[in-house]
Design a binder for this molecule. Structure first.
Ligand SMILES: [Zn+2]
Length: 201
């Protein structure tokens, strides 16, 4: 099975396996009229290969949440039905927000990698191969590759959108008392410790 998360539709890969029932092709990409203009929902293969092509065209600015929803709700069930011997990934990093007007983050690439890693372990003995595709912004290309490699090397995939929340909670707790008006502050005995006033029965 081949997964193509590059921003462009993989029209060449689709052509090669258009009538092939032995290769499931899942392609998530920015929709037409974005180049190359192919990859509509209705392009599902032909003949014996009918149904072995899955296209998920998306509007500009689509981000992590939609990508991960497509992985969980379309890709994973399709793969579990298909039972691949090997998972190949056309790993393009142009869906990053620095690149071609999609909005996938580094944590998003890492989370997609984690899903594919789990799928490969369950379905085909962990056989998972990434092939580098697009990526025009060299910063987001290199950092995107690194985020994938970290997960493949054993890092726990992050939950996109949550980075920094723990720090904000800690900072809020740190600053909270500074902005409480004097009269709102409950009067506390001077000998109050963290467990309340000492000597309380
Ligand atoms: Zn591309």
């Amino acid at each position: 099975m081949i997964i193509d998360w590059d921003a462009h539709h993989g029209n060449g890969t689709q052509d090669i396996f258009w009538a092939d029932p032995d290769v499931l092709f899942f392609d998530i990409h920015r929709a037409s009229p974005f180049y190359p203009g192919t990859g509509s929902l209705e392009e599902v293969g032909v003949g014996l290969g009918d149904g072995a092509i899955i296209n998920v065209p998306l509007p500009a600015d689509t981000g992590d949440a939609a990508y991960l929803k497509a992985f969980h709700e379309i890709l994973v069930p399709a793969a579990e039905w298909f039972r691949p011997d090997l998972i190949l990934v056309s790993a393009g990093f142009d869906p990053h927000s620095h690149d071609l007007a999609l909005n996938v983050s580094y944590d998003g690439f890492a989370a997609m990698t984690g899903i594919l890693q789990g799928l490969a372990r369950r379905q085909c003995g962990g056989r998972l191969v990434f092939v580098l595709e697009g990526g025009y912004n060299l910063i987001s290309l290199s950092r995107g590759v690194r985020s994938v490699l970290k997960v493949l090397a054993g890092d726990e995939p992050p939950e996109p959108g949550l980075r920094g929340l723990a720090e904000v909670e800690a900072a809020a707790a740190f600053h909270r008392s500074a902005f409480v008006a004097e009269e709102d502050t409950p009067s506390t005995p001077t000998d109050a410790g963290p467990d309340g006033p000492s000597g309380t029965p």
